[in-house]
Design a protein around this ligand. Structure first.
Ligand code: MG
Length: 173
């Protein structure tokens, strides 16, 4: 049974404007915040999910910049723990969470098949790809980049996990 959900932030909890897709380059802050399309009803879903699951956030980028996004979007209260990956990849953070939960109890939600989806697949964690932003067009290069499930938005996530077992399917070789 899934007990905890691990979220990516950029292009997962909200969609970035195309010119800000390179998350390692912060750009003009005021302009950035004007361009983000935050969907309040989707963010509300996080509150619902928080009643049923433990939520974690792992986001990649410049630390001060990611912290500012988390604060401005008021995301902090939803998550038990927030990790900011400044470029070494998400695997070490998944491994930290795996000290608290079994892999069968975890699912990762993110847009990047070369980051969170690949890393989580390699660790046997259930993966849910959200089709948002520029990376929604990427095509998996290897089986590790293929998500177990695909959704279009956070509402799709609610539908997917409500009353369903979303264990990682056993891969037949
Ligand atoms: Mg992302």
């Amino acid at each position: 049974m899934i007990k905890a959900l691990i979220f990516d932030m950029d292009n997962t909890l909200y969609e970035l404007a195309e010119k800000y897709n390179d998350i390692l380059i912060p750009g003009n802050k005021e302009d950035f915040f004007k361009t983000v399309k935050i969907n309040k009803s989707e963010i509300k879903l996080l509150a619902e999910l928080k009643n049923k699951y433990i939520l974690f956030l792992i986001t990649t980028g410049v630390k001060s910049w990611q912290e500012e996004k988390i604060d401005r979007f008021k995301l902090r209260p939803f998550f038990k723990k927030i990790f900011i990956d400044t470029g070494k990849g998400k695997k070490p953070y998944f491994e930290d969470i795996l000290k608290m939960y079994k892999k069968e109890e975890l699912a990762v939600v993110g847009d990047n098949i070369k980051s969170e989806i690949k890393d989580a697949n390699e660790l046997g964690i259930t993966t849910i790809r959200i089709l948002r932003g520029m990376k929604s067009k990427s095509v998996p290069f290897s089986s590790e980049e293929k998500p177990d499930y695909t959704i279009k938005n956070l509402k799709g996530l609610k539908k997917l996990i409500n009353g369903q077992n979303i264990y990682k399917p056993i891969k037949i070789k």
